[in-house]
Design a binder for this molecule. Sequence first.
Ligand code: TXA
Ligand code: MG
Length: 332
Amino acid sequence: MMTVSTIASAPIVEADSPDCVVRAAAMLDEGRLVALPTETVYGLAADAGNGEAVAAIFAAKGRPAFNPLIAHVDGLPMAERLCRFDSLSRELAGAFWPGALTLVLPKKENALVHDLVTAGQPTLAVRQPRGIAAQVIAELGRPLAAPSANRSGRITGTDAQAVADDLGGSVALIVDGGAPAIGVESTIVKVEDGVITILRPGGVTAEELANFGAVGRAGGGAAIQAPGMLASHYAPNAAIRLDIDEVREGEALLAFGPDRASGFERAVAVENLSEAGDLRQAAARLFAAMRALDGYGATAIAVEPIPAEGLGEAIRDRLSRAAAPRDGDGIA
Ligand code: TXA
Ligand code: MG
């Protein structure tokens, strides 16, 4: 794999320069990544409906894991097209948006958000950021998936130069909006049984939220609530067998690349993550392929070897969580 230092860094444009919004939106529309300032931290943004663009976010993060991402919207109407709002969540959006509050809500079936954004789950995290990011979303007319703009394990990006140093080789454009006003990530909440449950503390305080209802904290800390940690969320009905070299009777086959495992003609169904062996395409197809294969009542899903490099690491991580023994809500 190429290292970042061998790739020229992306251009940095000032947020208030004349075509900044149009230029950023055009690149996002083409499926490229753009680093955008928000009032919390810089985000590494992609068109949330474009699976390969979202896969590129995970690749750019360095040590990729398919944690679900926040869908950034330009206001409540766009959010309502993506999620089903309860009245308290709607009230919170009205009070804090644009701002540092992210709401986790049931995703609508037809929402134009790729499976990789939700990590295949039924809920979606949504937030309306303040400033240029919301203008870019409005120009694009679609939500943006954006984690904080830092490589895994590095400090969250709070200025354009830091983002360029960290991610400059992976993005098409970096928008410089100066230092974010807040500087820490958004507060993530989920309304459960009328209680505002804080999944991750952030820019909006518990005291501010308490003006709107009872506030609770997720038991055991935010890490446990991060759905990527819950093995059961990813568990298909069928068992999963990784790195197979032969397909057994009754199994469905999750294939990768141009060559088939022996006995593939026995498979009750086959989905190929990428004929060409392209890991980004494979990542973009992963959740849909697992769901499709799970519908055949196979004894197991046999998975051809997927290289443990680049996005292959996240794909393998997700599959091995799915393969892990299940005991209710156990943490993988
Ligand atoms: O301020 C912020 O929130 C920044 C800016 C760029 O908006 N974004 C950010 O994204 O911090 P990220 O990806 O670094 O953190 C998002 C968090 C993760 O911990 C993820 O597990 C959680 O949101 N999350 C996303 N979707 C979720 C869902 N459906 N349910 C629960 N947690 C979710
Ligand atoms: Mg982060």
